[in-house]
Design a protein around this ligand. Structure first.
Ligand SMILES: Cc1ncc(COP(=O)(O)O)c(C=O)c1O
Length: 386
């Protein structure tokens, strides 16, 4: 802490950090450099799916680093094939058959959006109010967040943006122009806005009828967080492409674009590529993550924890809980910022959202009873202080 305060930092600021210096983390806890332990309901930004530094994931990473740290896709590697097969098996319920590995959520979306243009020969994307898809130029074009898009407005491809969950709006579109439609089944950053199932079904039908690729951005909803492998399973949807990242390798950077056979079979070998995508370290971490999710029944645990958190919130300052599984929004009209501060003072980290009345919870899927007990206690004492 001293060094960090006394030296001018060379690090460019991105988001406002929590007011602590983090030193280590394990499971659902993060320790500050003064020894204080915090329960992490923010999950390192929805990333720590199996908890921080799960021993099985750490062990898999260490063993892989020892054996073969890196080779690009110019070298065939068994671990990469194994990771792809395991992920496709995990996502089989939503009809995914092939995967392209990259390094982040934005990169997965970028590739999906780009493919839609190539495969349809059309020029426009369809997206939704409140959608958030990443910071590359294509992703910014479909993202509804003027604070990060406005500076580039003149350089972004023209898109069609419709109100989220609006059935009638789907009929107003000239679908013959639309290459791809990108949608978060639960808009997370917007404040946990859950798509209506009939609306998603209708969107899917419009896409299918008109030859538009349906891209489900599952960067926050995927990897077991909703109690099912992907939100597509929860909504019984079979999109053309699912994009995944965040918790997929428990914190090792990775992105994945999962595709139906009908999409993948149209691609030629050089259409996709990435030096680091599908690197052995990320693949080892992904394999270990999926094994932990299965062996420790983390999807079932996520659903049970979700129910417990909803129960904990009843009769407190929280007016409603939105979301599915462990992607939850606590609605606290007028008091979200104060509650976030209070929880932090009680050593509980949660996330904010673009809806200033909503706090987000996206903890590890194995969030402990102790963490939830602490949340219950902290909610009870909110407002007690003078
Ligand atoms: C829904 C969604 N899509 C895409 C992204 C971009 O992912 P990344 O930051 O890994 O590029 C994010 C990041 O928060 C996200 O929440």
């Amino acid at each position: 802490m001293d060094i960090m305060q006394s030296l001018p930092s060379a690090l460019q600021t991105t988001y406002a950090p929590y007011p602590i210096v983090m030193e280590r983390a394990r499971g659902d806890q993060v320790w500050a450099d003064d020894g204080a332990a915090y329960f992490d309901f923010y999950g390192g930004h929805c990333v720590a799916s199996t908890g921080h530094s799960h021993p099985a994931v750490v062990q898999a990473i260490a063993a892989q680093a020892e054996k073969f740290l890196f080779y690009s896709t110019a070298g065939a590697l068994k671990i990469r094939e194994q990771a792809a097969n395991a992920l496709i098996e995990f996502a089989a319920g939503s009809g995914m058959r092939k995967v392209f590995f990259c390094n982040s959520g934005a990169e997965a979306n970028e590739n999906a959006l780009k493919l839609a243009l190539m495969l349809t020969g059309r020029k426009k994307w369809l997206c939704f109010d409140g959608g958030w898809h990443g910071r590359s130029l294509s992703c910014l074009a479909v993202t509804d967040d003027p604070s990060i898009t406005a500076a580039y407005a003149a350089s972004l491809l023209e898109v069609i943006r419709l109100p989220f969950n609006d059935m009638r709006a789907l009929q107003s579109v000239d679908w013959s122009q639309i290459a791809g439609c990108i949608v978060e089944p639960i808009q997370s950053i917007a404040g946990i806005r859950v798509a209506d199932s009939p609306w998603l079904d209708a969107l899917h039908v419009f896409c299918k009828k008109n030859g538009t690729l349906l891209i489900l951005d599952e960067i926050q909803t995927g990897v077991g967080r909703m109690g099912r492998p992907y939100a597509a399973d929860h909504f019984a949807l079979q999109p053309d492409i699912i994009t995944s990242a965040k918790g997929l390798a428990s914190g090792v950077p990775i992105g994945a674009m999962l595709m139906r056979e009908s999409v993948a079979k149209q691609l030629k070998p050089a259409d996709l590529g990435s030096t680091f995508g599908g690197g052995p370290l990320a693949c080892a971490a992904l394999l270990a993550t999926l094994k932990v999710i299965e062996n420790e029944q983390l999807m079932q645990r996520a659903l049970a924890a979700s129910e417990r958190i909803r129960a904990i919130c009843r009769g407190t300052v929280v007016r409603a809980v939105r979301g599915v599984g462990l992607l939850l929004g606590l609605c606290v009209p007028g008091k979200a910022a104060a509650l976030k501060t209070h929880l932090f003072d009680q050593r509980i980290m949660v996330g904010g959202s673009h809806d200033t009345d909503v706090l987000r919870l996206m903890p590890p899927l194995n969030i402990s009873d102790a963490a939830m007990d602490a949340l219950a206690a902290a909610l009870k004492t909110f407002g007690d202080q003078p």
